[in-house]
Design a protein around this ligand. Structure first.
Ligand code: GDP
Length: 297
């Protein structure tokens, strides 16, 4: 379950307030305090929490809520709506090119789950959207990365475009897009190289690929278990590449996954998908409202 620690705590708080026929200002105060602590403990960015709590208070202390029929539930509804808003509000869908193929660049640090997510996204597009995607191995620095993508391609019975480790990633990306045009694939998912840290060499290469293939989407794959670092990484990648969306991975491992909730607020970029396991079908389109409901029970 995603955000388990956060969910447990918030649900405990909610239980206390649900049955209340009358909610006093003191109740709202206590509840927002609990929500605040739960979010901070889950590693949600301090400023983000502060803004969120301010909005919840403003709305929950309003007369409507206090005099409503079911005040406890109304307060919870406010928290739910604000949490959904924090995560982006409306669902943000994958862009689609006017003329196929839709080109998607997958970027992120090594180990974030880029390669796995590329396979999962290809699987999702085919199964859920009846699409015909092609995978591209553009991480030429780690032979294992190419093998890993090829293995995923085999499992999915899906083509993987590769030129081995001696080719230039920019050229690989260009050739792959041309091939997809000729052979009528409607999505090209480019698995780019990652590094352990954000560095200039990596960003230059990614910028060059971006210029060469003009992607419809640049999806930043972020390991939500890395806590506040996930937010810093997202900020750096976004500054350099102007990413179009985020994929949160490893939401199945709980710990401090809450940091990832700040990413939308900090970068302004929507979370488009969430990965909750290593298997190829463990990727979901991200629905902020549904996620907020799951967290709050
Ligand atoms: P890359 O270096 O960014 O391409 O990362 P990989 O795709 O190789 O993933 C790194 C590790 O994280 C692998 O062992 C994956 O199986 C694992 N992984 C990826 N996504 C998830 C996820 O959502 N949940 C879990 N538990 N593991 C994941």
């Amino acid at each position: 379950m995603a955000f388990e620690g956060l969910a447990d705590r918030l649900q405990g708080t909610i239980k206390k307030i649900t049955g209340k026929g009358k909610v006093t200002e003191q109740d709202v105060k206590e509840m927002t305090r609990e929500v605040r602590l739960a979010l901070l403990e889950a590693d949600v960015n301090f400023k983000v929490v502060k803004d969120l709590i301010k909005r919840i208070k403003e709305r929950a202390v309003g007369q409507d809520v206090l005099q409503g029929l079911n005040p406890g539930q109304q307060v919870i509804k406010v928290v739910k709506e604000e949490l959904a808003e924090l995560m982006g509000g409306e669902q943000s869908k994958l862009e689609v090119a006017n003329k196929p193929p839709t080109v998607v660049m997958m970027v992120g640090l090594q180990g974030a789950g880029k390669t796995t997510t590329s396979g999962k996204l290809a699987n999702h597009l085919r199964k859920q959207k009846n699409r015909n995607p092609m995978l591209v191995a553009a991480d030429v620095y780690r032979p294992a990365a190419i093998n890993q993508l090829e293995t995923l391609g085999k499992q999915l019975e899906m083509p993987v475009y590769s030129e081995g480790t001696d080719a230039n990633p920019v050229e690989i990306a260009k050739h792959a897009v041309n091939k997809a045009k000729e052979e009528h694939y409607d999505y090209v998912l480019i698995d780019t190289a990652g590094r352990l840290h954000v560095d200039e060499g990596l960003m230059d290469e990614l910028q060059n690929i971006k210029e060469a293939v003009n992607p419809d989407e640049i999806l930043l794959v972020v390991d939500s278990m890395t806590g506040q670092d996930a937010v810093n990484v997202a900020e750096s990648f976004d500054e350099q590449l102007d990413v179009s969306g985020v994929v949160l991975t490893k939401l199945d491992g709980d710990t401090r996954g809450g940091a990832a909730l700040s990413i939308k607020a900090v970068t302004g970029k929507p979370i488009k998908f969430a990965a909750m396991g290593e298997k190829l079908d463990q990727l979901e389109a991200f629905h902020p409202d549904r996620m907020a409901s799951r967290i709050l029970g």
